[in-house]
Design a protein. Structure first.
Length: 764
């Protein structure tokens, strides 16, 4: 008999119950007991949903983040919260969110304020974890209360429990040494705590523990490889069987030694590393379990069950009971249940599988392996029919799009003249002062704007009334910008809910779920649009708004678009063609929009690539391939315009050192980036690499309610001018202003405009 299991279940709840319980507790509207009861109810529901499995995960639930849970379990609390003497869970939220969020809560006065822990992306997913803080002095001390309580809870419900923990090597690797010390030096202090934890679990009668080490799919130097060997030799006598879990990619050069580490089982992501299964089998010791992740935990498409069985049956014949099957990784990265989708188009819904459906697929696969395909003939036939309908759907495959892709050549991504010539022509009509000022696109999304949108969606506001309301908002932002004296204006994006969804909704080839929420961090969820078919743009998407905005002012108005790479990186994408192909299709569609804007008289056009960096593959060896097609897609989108038209792009980060050449290759006339928090240090990249075009390093941190002073912004720009010639610098905020209030934005931008004037007067 084959064993089925799961690496983790989404925590947020099918109706985002956890989000609402958290936010209510944080707002002081409900007691801690209510939050804890909601957590227990969700865990119970999730185990119920996994009841068909042989082993269900325990410890995968989290009130905020599983990495922060791990830090608390290991007793690695940042020093600034160690003296806290309130509820442990409140202290946990203080690290997760900073104190300002709890300002009114208990112990605000006695325990003072604390900064939130830093947050960053979990490998190449869109989930963000709280970075473990490490120093040479870090000590660990086990606190297994949470895990043991959840184990007891699971058992009381009859769950065959497999505790899930984050492995020690990955834990150290994704942490940050605050003092620049060597994180690996902490391993010898950390391992006894892990050993103690495993012994505790063994004493509870636990047989299997899943220990996650996704670090194994990345490039490792000799020290980190050695750390794995030390760690798993140290933990091998712990009394439980360890299932060493890897996911998100291939192990390549790490495969052989990782499979041979002294653990009782090994999990391989057979969706992304399907071609490593055979080698893994060859390295696998005779007593060892091989768990194969055969259903994608990262995407929402139905699995091709027959195709999986074709290669899995021989593996099952060879391994017998030593074969386990599971999703490729935790299901944290997919929505909970397709059953909640009543409005999703029936054709498309038939092609999808969310977490609950994925576990069903696993059950069918296990039955086919155990009892033969005939035993699940009906399920397999239904699966094959769904796949077949997708494969042949005219909504997916559009010959005209294929033909347009085939016609792409290098000239399509080429501006007419080099930057220097363009810059001359643009300067001639733009007549901008030195240090021109602009903003990144959005102005505050006020309560009135959001209300108008939801009333429009609910049918309570007519399309005409909605349009009129948005046109008024646009007029308001134009008036404010003129009064502030900004040089290049924006329309303010009042009509946009989200910079990707707005375009996805208007492109053909995209579908939207009603409740396809995925946790981004803490209580924050995103509902990624589903890119299912060849992309076309039935009609112009932004031109009328932009034309209206331009008609209200003599100053140049920037057309505002989201770029193809960002749209792709924030969507669920097709698994039936390479990402690069989907990206090129998006590029052709957005290119048409760029050209329409230009024809409508918008001769400054910004194409946001907020998420370009996020798409970088986990392995450096694959970066170039990604950057090549990502940059090509941007160039196709942007570079069809005339020399007079000024192309801007915007990126929401500032780590450019390693990708600066690719950024320069995009050949935008102006790039605006996020730099204010890093004190312009991040412009270092621009010092070592002579970025050839214009740059607007953000001087106003829009993530903070603070209003930057003129002097502060002047000082930042002076630093920038040490690295980039002054005549190529712009003055602008870090990012869009949609999350801020007008009462913050106006004084901040007034200071920014004053700073630009001071710079013009004082810098040679
Ligand atoms: N133009 C977008 C805005 O201003 C850019 C947002 C982003 O970079 N994340 O909101
Ligand atoms: Zn941004």
């Amino acid at each position: 008999m084959i064993t089925t299991h799961n690496l983790g279940f989404p925590r947020i709840g099918a109706r985002r119950e956890l989000k609402f319980a958290l936010e209510s507790y944080w707002a002081g509207q409900s007691p801690l007991a209510a939050l804890q009861a909601q957590g227990a109810a969700l865990r119970a529901a999730h185990w119920q949903a996994q009841a068909g499995l042989d082993l269900a995960p325990v410890g995968d639930f989290s009130f905020y983040d599983h990495v922060l849970d791990t830090s608390f379990m290991l007793g690695n609390l940042p020093e600034r919260v160690q003296a806290f003497h309130g509820e442990a869970l409140d202290n946990y939220f203080r690290v997760a969110r900073g104190r300002s969020a709890q300002a009114a809560g208990a112990h605000a006065a006695c325990c003072g304020g604390v900064a939130a822990g830093e947050m960053t992306k979990w490998f190449d997913t869109n989930y963000h974890y709280i970075v473990p803080e490490l120093t040479a002095a870090t000590q660990f001390r086990l606190d297994a209360t949470r895990l043991l309580a959840e184990l007891a809870e699971a058992r009381a419900r009859g769950v065959r429990a497999k505790p899930v923990i984050l492995g020690p090597v990955t834990y150290l690797a994704i942490g940050k040494a605050k003092d620049g010390s060597d994180r690996l030096a902490l391993l010898s202090r950390l391992l006894p705590v892990y050993a103690e934890l495993l012994a505790l679990l063994a004493a509870q009668g636990v047989e299997w523990v899943q220990i996650d080490e996704p670090l194994l799919v990345t490039e490792l130097d000799a020290d980190w490889k050695h750390a794995f060997s030390i760690a798993y030799h140290a933990l091998k006598g712990s009394g439980v069987k360890l299932l060493l879990a890897t996911y998100f990619g291939q192990l390549r050069e790490n495969l052989e030694w990782a499979v041979k580490l002294p653990t009782a089982g090994f999990h391989l992501d057979a969706v992304t590393a399907r071609d490593e299964v055979q080698a893994a089998l060859n390295y696998l010791a005779g007593h060892k379990v091989l768990s194969l992740g055969v259903v994608s935990g990262r995407n929402i498409w139905k699995t091709d069950l027959a195709a999986v069985l074709d290669w899995l049956e021989p593996v099952a014949a060879r391994l017998g009971e030593r074969l386990w099957i599971a999703p490729s990784c935790s299901l944290l990265h997919v929505p909970v249940d397709l059953a909640g989708e009543s409005r999703l188009d029936a054709d498309i819904a038939a092609w999808l599988a969310f977490a609950v459906q994925k576990l069903d697929e696993l059950r069918v696969l296990a039955a086919a392996l155990d009892r033969g395909r005939d035993a699940v003939a009906a399920e397999l036939a239904a699966n094959a029919a769904a796949l077949d309908s997708r494969r042949h759907s005219p909504r997916v495959h559009k010959p005209a799009v294929q033909a347009a892709l085939a016609r792409i050549d290098a000239a399509l991504g080429q501006r007419q003249s080099p930057y220097a010539e363009r810059a001359r022509r643009q300067a001639a009509w733009l007549k901008l002062p030195r240090f021109p000022t602009t903003t990144i696109g959005s102005f505050p999304q006020t309560a009135e704007i959001r209300q108008a949108r939801s009333r429009f969606r609910a049918g309570e506001l007519s399309a005409d009334d909605y349009t009129a309301a948005m046109r008024d908002e646009i007029a308001r932002s134009v008036r404010e910008q003129e009064a502030l004296g900004l040089d290049v204006l924006v329309h303010g994006e009042a009509e946009r809910n989200d910079m990707v969804e707005y375009f996805g909704e208007q492109l053909d080839g995209y579908a939207f779920s009603q409740a396809g929420w995925v946790q981004s961090y803490g209580s924050r969820c995103v509902k990624p649009p589903i890119l299912f078919g060849d992309i076309t743009r039935p009609r112009a998407m932004t031109v009328e708004w932009a034309r209206h905005a331009q008609s209200l002012t003599e100053r140049p108005m920037k057309g505002m678009l989201t770029g193809p790479v960002t749209i792709l990186n924030w969507s669920f994408v097709r698994d039936d063609q390479p990402r690069a192909v989907s990206c090129r299709q998006l590029a052709l569609a957005i290119r048409e929009e760029v050209l329409d804007l230009e024809r409508a008289g918008l001769r400054v056009i910004q194409i946001d690539e907020a998420a370009l960096r996020e798409g970088l593959p986990l392995r450096r060896a694959q970066w170039k391939g990604y950057l090549d097609w990502a940059v090509e897609a941007f160039r196709i989108t942007a570079n069809g315009v005339g020399d007079d038209t000024q192309i801007h792009t915007h990126m929401c980060y500032s780590e450019f050192n390693d990708i600066i050449a690719a950024i320069a290759d995009m050949d935008a006339d102006v790039i605006t980036i996020e730099t204010s928090r890093s004190d312009m240090e991040l412009l270092d990249a621009f010092e070592h690499f002579r970025y050839p075009n214009e740059i607007g390093p953000g001087v106003y941190d829009i993530h903070s309610p603070n209003i930057p002073t003129e002097a502060h912004m002047v000082a930042l720009m002076r630093k920038a001018a040490e690295r980039v010639p002054a005549e190529r610098l712009w003055v602008n905020p870090d990012c869009g202003l949609k999350t801020r209030q007008w009462s913050e934005v106006i004084p901040a931008l007034a200071n920014m405009v004053a700073a630009a004037r001071t710079l013009r007067a004082t810098l040679p």
